[in-house]
Design a protein around this ligand. Structure first.
Ligand code: FES
Ligand SMILES: [Fe+2]
Length: 401
């Protein structure tokens, strides 16, 4: 492989990728252009995110019998949820003249009608009506097979209430690809943990636009090094010395703490996951599932943050909080949920400024990927290496020389 370059494209040299892949002591991070260049944003969409399982939505926020358009890095995508709660994902484009089919989230009686010429699809994506296709009043025509013109489905999977897609359709099966993530999550929460998770309908959501490349949010989340400086309050009860780096799998790493307080001595503690081991109540686990999902697993609640890449230098954070069982989402625990959301909101807000300043720093010709603490930046370096390998593979596979 030489460089990632076709005419007019920005270069990421093989030397720059090799530098990321060096041992952490001498490694540099991904080069500035991968955080600033619109062309590389498109490259990452087509060759990194599209080839992996990417988190795109929280299923509990999607109402039944609803259709939900969303933009995935410039690609119009449509989530449909049938009356019986089955989620499917399609390309949001009409098979006739390429009209963007749905532009607003809405309820549906089970049909999606294209506003342009009224071709009509079921929530399963079948083309079920083609008004006047054979001339006025003639709705079928010989030689035109509706079965070939349904919506194009995107491979999807729901895990922990999170909808994932694999755009190119070639990633390994979700469960195989995510074996390490699923295994470790179950080892903490128990095998029933996923079923016990209930999305909190009040004080359960948080959204923020951040003016930085999506990768910086992941990298920032993966290290606790900044804790004493950026999160002094959090550091007071969950100090840096009690945070540890864990590399759990090829696309899965994160910090965990041993000082989480599930409040069991309080008058009215939140219910806890039934399979969470009593000797691990003080564990708080904060992994990233590459490319774009951040998790916070604690004995009495879970948060998940989907990092939606918007452009080379902006992204959107969508956070959902889940508690253990319907009871935990009832009135009795309302104040606890409110305070919990306020706490996480202030922590996540404290991270916005640093992420945006790292983005600003990536406009500097004096910065060439920087360096890492071999101890405290192990997880963020692991993520950089994963990204670099994705770039390298893409260049090799596509014969970009
Ligand atoms: S473009 Fe949708 S019906 Fe014509
Ligand atoms: Fe932080």
């Amino acid at each position: 492989m030489n460089s990632l370059k076709e005419e007019g494209e920005t270069v990421v040299s093989p030397q720059a990728l090799a530098a990321v892949l060096r041992p952490i002591e001498t490694a540099t991070g991904m080069p500035n252009v991968s955080y600033t260049d619109p062309g590389l944003f498109g490259f990452e969409r087509d060759h990194v995110l599209s080839r992996n399982w990417v988190a795109i939505a929280f299923e509990a926020k999607l109402g039944n019998a609803m259709i939900h358009p969303l933009d995935f890095m410039g690609i119009p995508v449509l989530l449909t949820r049938s009356k019986d709660g089955v989620t499917r994902v399609f390309h949001n484009v009409c098979s006739h003249r390429g009209f963007k089919l749905v532009d607003k989230e809405r309820r549906t009686g089970g049909r999606i009608v294209c506003p342009y010429h009224s071709w009509t699809y079921s929530l399963q994506g079948d083309l079920v009506a083609t008004p006047h296709i054979g001339g006025v009043g003639v709705h079928e025509v010989e030689g035109f097979n509706c079965a070939h013109k349904g919506l194009k489905e995107i491979r999807s999977h729901v895990w922990m209430g999170i909808v994932f897609i694999n755009l190119d359709g070639h990633a390994p099966d979700f469960e195989q690809d995510m074996e390490a993530v699923i295994g470790r999550t179950q080892s903490l929460m128990g095998t029933a943990g996923e079923d016990e998770m209930i999305y909190a309908r009040d004080f359960g959501a948080l959204e923020m636009t951040v003016r930085c490349n999506w990768k910086l949010v992941i990298e920032n989340f993966l290290e606790a090094y900044h804790l004493p400086f950026i999160h002094p309050k959090l550091n007071a009860y969950s100090p840096l010395a009690d945070h540890h780096c864990g590399i759990h799998g090829e696309k899965y790493s994160g910090q965990y703490t041993t000082t989480f307080d599930p409040g069991i001595d309080s008058e009215n503690p939140l219910p806890m996951f039934s399979g969470w081991s009593p000797d691990r109540l003080s564990i708080g686990d904060y992994p990233a599932v590459y490319p774009n999902l951040l998790l916070g697993l604690q004995a009495n609640h879970v948060f998940a943050m989907i990092v939606h890449p918007l452009s080379a230098d902006s992204c959107f954070e969508e956070v959902a909080l889940f508690y253990c069982g319907e009871g935990a989402c009832g009135d009795v625990f309302r104040d606890i949920r409110r305070i919990n959301l306020e706490t996480w909101t202030s922590v996540f807000n404290e991270d916005v400024g640093p992420c945006e300043r790292m983005q600003a720093g990536r406009r500097s010709p004096g910065y060439h990927g920087g360096g890492f603490s071999p101890v405290l930046d192990r997880c963020s370096h692991h993520f950089h290496q994963w990204v670099a390998r994705q770039y390298r593979q893409a260049c090799d596979q596509d014969g970009r020389h």
